[in-house]
Write a protein that binds this ligand. Structure first.
Ligand code: SF4
Length: 264
């Protein structure tokens, strides 16, 4: 049987000392490839599985490399002293890690065997059988639910939400990890009170789910589209008005039993 440390996969970045995407100080491994094409995506270089070139500050940069779990964990292990003190650990992000299920599972498995806590930021875009295979090695699932309406979800992301919404319930019912629901708040897509409340009500109905993160829209990824020679589809969209996120947080907390955090 293949040693899980020898499993290889494709990543496009490893970010150390991050205080986002999980508790404490984290090392975030970004897996390449995503099934969705969200119009607001701030990591467009994550979307294609193929290795590609992006212009960064006028210079070509290769995006994507193939690595083994052993190689990734050598970097992750360097940050062990920070994990211990802060409660941090490894976070898988992307892209959608579930598109490389053997690699993602092996990374999480290796981390747990090394005593490192694990989190995964994911849309849940895979058959539940795939997700079930990695849950034994996952402490926290940070799962995006972007919209409750399947058609609008498809219009803005390229895919309907049905499988993802169903997976959220199955993950919650498994009780195998902490499930936190995340909502990127995007102007003209899901930023009305009704739309946010529909997502929050669904999250609140999931067994064991007590937290929701609402993530404010930003345009930090706009330059990357230029670097990839691709159009940025939200170019002329307005930003969220000041105070909007606080208003949505209060709305969620006044109408559900969830604790709502702004940002991830
Ligand atoms: S799911 Fe995430 S990584 Fe994939 S396109 Fe949407 S925002 Fe980008």
């Amino acid at each position: 049987m293949k040693n899980y440390l020898d499993v290889s996969g494709r990543i496009f970045d490893i970010q150390r000392y991050s205080i986002h995407d999980g508790v404490g100080i984290r090392t975030i491994v970004f897996l390449k490839g995503c099934a969705l094409r969200c119009r607001w995506c701030c990591n467009p270089e994550s979307q294609n599985f193929a290795i590609e070139t992006m212009m960064v500050n006028g210079k070509p940069k290769t995006i994507g490399r193939d690595v083994t779990v052993r190689e990734v964990m050598e970097t992750v292990q360097r940050d062990m002293p920070y994990y211990g003190r802060s409660g941090g650990g490894l976070t898988l992000s992307g892209g959608e890690s579930l598109l490389q299920p053997e690699f993602a599972t092996a990374l999480l498995h290796a981390a747990k065997d090394m005593g490192i806590t694990t989190a995964m930021e994911s849309m849940g875009y895979a058959k539940f059988e795939v997700i079930k295979g990695l849950l034994p090695y996952l402490d926290t699932y940070l799962m995006d639910i972007k919209h409750m309406n399947a058609e609008k979800h498809k219009e803005f992301t390229g895919k309907e939400n049905t499988m993802m919404v169903e997976n959220a319930r199955k993950i919650a019912e498994s009780r195998m990890c902490e499930l936190i629901i995340r909502v990127p708040v995007i102007p003209s897509f899901n930023d009305t009170e009704k739309e946010i409340l529909e997502i929050a009500a669904y999250a609140d109905s999931l067994p064991g789910v007590s937290k929701i993160h609402i993530l404010p829209y930003h345009k930090y990824g706009e330059g990357k589209y230029e670097g990839l020679n691709r159009p940025y589809l939200l170019k002329d969209f307005p930003m969220l008005p000041a105070g909007k996120m606080e208003q949505l947080k209060a709305l969620v907390e006044n109408n559900t039993a969830l604790s709502c955090q702004i940002g991830g």
